[in-house]
Design a binder for this molecule. Sequence first.
Ligand code: PLP
Length: 418
Amino acid sequence: MNKKRNNPETIAIHGGDYRSDPATNAVAVPIYRTTSYQFNNTEHAANLFALKEFGNIYTRIMNPTNDVLEKRVAALEGGLSCVTVSSGQTASTFAVLNVAQAGDNIVSSTDLYGGTVSLFTHTLSKLGIEIRYADPSNPENFEKLIDDKTRAFYGETLPNPYLRVFPIKEVSDIGRKYNIPLIMDNTAAPVICRPIEHGAAVVIHSLTKYIGGHGTAVAGSIVDSGNFDWTADPKRQPLFNEPDASYNNVIWGKAVPELTGANVPFAVRARVCLLRDLGSALAPDNAFAIIQGLETVALRMRQHCANAEYVVDFLKKHKEVTKVIYSTEHDKPIADRAKKYLKGGNGPMIGIELKGGIEAGKKFIESLKMFYHVANIGDARSLAIHPASTTHSQLNDIIEDLDQALNKSSKGNLKAVS
Ligand code: PLP
């Protein structure tokens, strides 16, 4: 890709190799509503199953509409390969199950989306995978929790509600000393952060949020950076170095680079083992909806971040607000991480605390009239009502609504997040 094509705006529309539909020349990506694909002959079928040749087998594992989305998301993140799945939750689940089995552990940041905490603490622990929690304010906390069974580190770029930017490079560097890959959930910071550039091995998204951006489809993605050597320490990564009895005893870490010429065993294993066995495939209709959102993600992220800065300034001066939580509003060194890792905006989310506790928070939320769309992370319905060209008046609406709701909240303490 030349320099110009590296712009996120361009990648979001032209990333990957789709130019027009090979069968019809349609420019918009068609929805391939098919479960299966006719094999040319028995040899072709056998080659596809044996991974000697790559092509469509069955929509639980791959689909041409999803393929376009996968290539664009991989390009957006600067990775080599991507697998789309039915939700962000599936993306986190697969990312962990792809490296860890019963008896293994993952060291995860404490700053996580609540659904991920529930998945880790309840469901994965019942499967025998231990999640150890490290406070990311000091990256060395990750190192302290490593043992022989540690298979990955896990963090979120811009975790809600603390909004403390994750020390990606610092934790990745620690992991790489032990051949431990860093999995980053970049749901809240597409475009403004590319975790792979800072050493992440795998990047996942809830595409439901900013990338889809319109609240019309639930979807997830897993991007393989291609930058992690899965075979450097076979004992550290047994799932990539031991024969896989479920797939003709293939050794994924070696076979995938040999077969594809690309170091993407993580993506291939997630697709051909986890989608094969667990399902959770993304419906091509939903892939289509996410592709529409992806086309404008760079513009929307910039606008979300610009709106957020404006609102932060307003909230900091408001008499009812005791604390504004924003990526740049923390003490050092946490605030410096926003400068280091976020480019083109400091994030789309804000938290606030009010004088008078939970009751004031409830009253504040209940008093908001227009704010519904802003309170849903990554949902751009507000932009459909107030087009981008009227940004300033939209901001005035936002400020006006916040102001009247704060004044009504009277004495109370709030925890609200946009
Ligand atoms: N990761 C983060 C950071 C999220 O905010 C969410 C959902 O809110 C998820 C993962 C899960 O995504 P989904 O709702 O698409 O399953």
